[in-house]
Design a protein around this ligand. Structure first.
Ligand SMILES: Nc1ncnc2c1ncn2[C@@H]1O[C@H](COP(=O)(O)OP(=O)(O)O)[C@@H](O)[C@H]1O
Ligand SMILES: [Mg+2]
Length: 351
């Protein structure tokens, strides 16, 4: 013979399969009836989604537990939890799929680095912004989405290749940044001839088949211009932020504006403009020469109604033969410090 108190005790301890809270916490037991003569227990329980495999499993759990406690037969009905209960406990669900980067609950901010044309320093900016964010203690990933023109592994001096664990690709870590690039999957620098839909598939697998773990910022080094990949990123990552790189020449800014216009059209928020190769500063006299013209960054920022996040002069990192990363500026390098201030601005803007 089973008592109602015993039934309550058993049900209270069981977990709702979607919100992962106990039935007691969710106040989910709606009815308990006991027919003493037949030793039959019937209960009504509310869960987040009825008619699901999870419901079936909970049903089995309830039947087993009640029979073990002495019930001869058990009847169960399910209803759906009221929306205010669901809303109140949504956080449990958020934790659940936060490791899926593309889920709306993902805690990862995507930042695409775009430019109107090649050769303006988009990849240089991508790798250095990523490293600078990591130097600020952030968890950072970098996708080299320039699938034909990948250059991130070489620029960062990455010689390792990603390993596969289970079904997932583990990104290569360098300077605290988790990196994935098409270059990792190509033999002997062979050219890639995939087209159209393959691009989107490749990009998609960079999100879903790579074990990113917890990342605060995932940067994407986009191919130059406004082609397929840029479009795929726009449709795959509706909440993506963008940084536009240009050189100071007014015509470069004009071309970059197209990339910016595309970002705006697809509702991607533009964080700002970075003007690269802004000037050359003589080590001897300290004089600044505007080798590639001037005003491009300001003009572009004005056009896109955003700000110039920083101006980077011409200059190479100090090369260290023992730890070779040809495009990464050291933290105490003049240009490294400018990158650091840009990274701080980005963090601040993203709150
Ligand atoms: N501020 C800079 N000073 C000197 N060289 C630079 C600077 N920025 C980029 N470069 C060089 O210019 C070339 C093009 O840069 P890259 O980042 O590959 O451009 P993109 O990705 O836009 O094609 C590379 O050789 C890079 O090392
Ligand atoms: Mg590039």
């Amino acid at each position: 013979m089973i008592t109602e108190a015993k039934v309550v005790e058993i049900l209270n301890g069981l977990k709702e399969p979607f919100l992962h809270k106990t039935l007691e916490e969710l106040n989910a037991i709606e009815e308990i009836k006991i027919k003493e003569e037949k030793n039959h227990v019937s209960v009504k329980v509310a869960i987040a989604k009825t008619g699901t495999a999870e419901q079936l499993q909970l049903q089995q759990e309830i039947v087993n537990a009640l029979k073990e406690a002495g019930a001869a037969t058990v009847g169960i009905r399910f209803s759906e939890l009221p929306s205010e209960v669901l809303a109140q406990h949504q956080t449990a669900q958020q934790e659940d799929d936060s490791d899926n980067l593309l889920s709306p609950n993902s805690k990862t901010t995507f930042i695409a680095i775009a430019s109107g044309k090649g050769g303006v320093g988009k990849s240089t900016v991508s790798v250095n912004l990523a490293v600078s964010l990591a130097r600020l203690g952030k968890k950072v990933g970098l996708i080299d989405a320039d699938i034909y023109g990948f250059s991130v592994p070489d620029m960062m001096g990455i010689t390792k290749r990603p390993v596969v664990r289970g079904e997932k690709i583990i990104p290569v870590e360098r300077y605290g940044v988790k990196v994935i690039s098409m270059g990792f999957f190509v033999e002997d620098n062979a050219p890639i001839i995939w087209r159209g839909p393959m691009l989107g598939k490749m990009l998609n697998s960079f999100f879903s088949e790579v074990e990113w773990g917890e990342v605060d910022y995932l940067l994407l080094d986009l191919p130059p211009g406004t082609g397929d990949v840029a479009l795929d990123v726009h449709s795959m990552l509706p909440a993506c932020k963008e940084v536009i790189v240009t050189t100071p020449h007014p015509t470069a800014a004009f071309v970059a504006a197209r990339a910016g216009a595309m970002a705006l059209k697809t509702d991607h928020e533009i964080l700002g403009v970075i003007e690269n190769m802004a000037y050359f500063e003589s080590k001897v006299t300290g004089e600044k020469e505007l080798v590639f013209g001037q005003g491009g960054g300001d003009k572009l920022a004005e056009e896109l109604q955003t700000e110039v996040l920083g101006q980077l002069p011409l200059g190479q990192p100090d090369w260290d033969d023992k730890d070779f990363a040809p495009s990464i500026y050291q933290e105490d390098h003049k240009i490294g410090k400018i990158y650091q201030s840009i990274a701080e601005k980005v963090v601040e803007k993203l709150g």
